[in-house]
Design a protein around this ligand. Structure first.
Ligand code: SF4
Length: 336
């Protein structure tokens, strides 16, 4: 809702799993109450989030009715804050002023690309300059700023995707989400794909590009809070994803690729490599080091001609690090 354009890749009904786009105040209240009940007394921080459209493009009265409902929970101390996603060109001084009575602490902007040709081919209806202007306004307004980008849109190349990453990093958002472009049913992109006018990224290329973007943002201190589309029941129904680099564990694939590079780099640096190697990582990182279905293990064994490869979980090893047993080197994330 609230979108002045229909972007070529978007069918929000499928992506969010909601057919009825209008939420009444009562539905908002019920949804929040239900979630709070589920979380129980020992809940952590709770945020009410409005996603799946252009929040600041909604009619003011409707936008305010949603915010008022969420704000009631903030005032009762049951919810800490509110967040939403919106288009860059919907962020104006006036639309931000209207948020003053509400505890909106984070706003996510769908930048998608910082290449104007890509934005035009995707029928976004805004430019990269709109994104820069929106981020500056949001920062002046004092909210946390998130940027969403979509590698693999029409017209995008490897270089333009990485350049988008660099330009986004220059804007210093508080966090980013990376959603490689997937062809969803009933979209313009589906028609272009079927007629051969659009070719999505392969899963391998999408993982590699997302890895490079992740490392770039990580080196700049920008948190990456999501990689790959959120899985919803409707998205998973057969026939709804037509083509493209969709994987239910996409983020895990990216982390695994990063850890494969770390382990390989560390092993390459050893002057004399034993045929029996043990790698250590922090317990949280062990699944990333092993890879999906131990794929990293088999690749390392083959590449380094190992007879045995073991991975040990070690709480003393810092996060994002791979240590080769009995050797002093520590491989950590590096900027591309
Ligand atoms: S602005 Fe966002 S929600 Fe609206 S059509 Fe485009 S991608 Fe979909």
């Amino acid at each position: 809702m609230g979108c002045p354009h229909q972007c070529v890749f978007c069918d929000q009904v499928l992506i969010t799993g909601h057919k009825d786009r209008t939420l009444s105040s009562q539905q908002v209240r019920e949804r929040i109450t239900e979630t709070l009940g589920y979380k129980g007394k020992h809940r952590g921080r709770v945020e009410v989030a409005f996603y799946g459209g252009t929040f600041l493009g909604l009619p003011l009265s409707y936008r305010e009715s949603l915010l008022r409902e969420a704000q009631g929970f903030v005032e009762k101390g049951e919810v800490e804050s509110i967040r939403f996603s919106t288009r860059p060109d919907s962020v104006t001084s006036d639309s931000l002023k209207a948020l003053a009575p509400y505890a909106v602490q984070a706003i996510e902007v769908g930048a998608q690309s910082m290449d104007d040709t890509v934005l035009t081919l995707s029928r976004r209806g805004h430019t990269a300059a709109d994104t820069r202007r929106a981020v500056n306004l949001l920062k002046a307004h004092g909210v946390r700023v998130g940027l969403q980008i979509m590698p693999g849109l029409p017209g995008a190349t490897e270089e333009s995707i990485l350049e988008t990453g660099r330009r986004v990093a220059e804007l210093k958002p508080d966090f980013v989400r990376i959603y490689p472009t997937v062809v969803v049913k009933n979209t313009v992109l589906e028609k272009r794909y079927n007629s051969g006018r659009f070719k999505p990224l392969t899963l391998v290329d999408a993982v590699d590009l997302t890895k490079r973007l992740y490392l770039l943002f990580d080196a700049c201190g920008i948190q990456v809070i999501r990689m790959g589309l959120q899985v919803t029941d409707s998205l998973l129904e057969p026939g709804n994803i037509i083509a493209g680099p969709f994987h239910p564990a996409f983020g895990h694939l990216v982390y695994s690729a990063i850890f494969l590079d770390l382990a390989a780099r560390e092993l390459e640096m050893q002057k004399k490599l034993s045929e029996r190697i043990t790698l250590r990582s922090h317990p949280h990182d062990v699944p990333k080091l092993k890879g999906l279905r131990n794929s990293n293990m088999s690749q390392l064994i083959e590449r380094f001609h190992l007879k045995e490869l073991h991975v040990l979980s070690d709480p003393d090893v810092p996060a994002n690090t791979v240590k080769v047993e009995n050797l002093t080197g520590l491989a950590r994330f590096e900027r591309i």
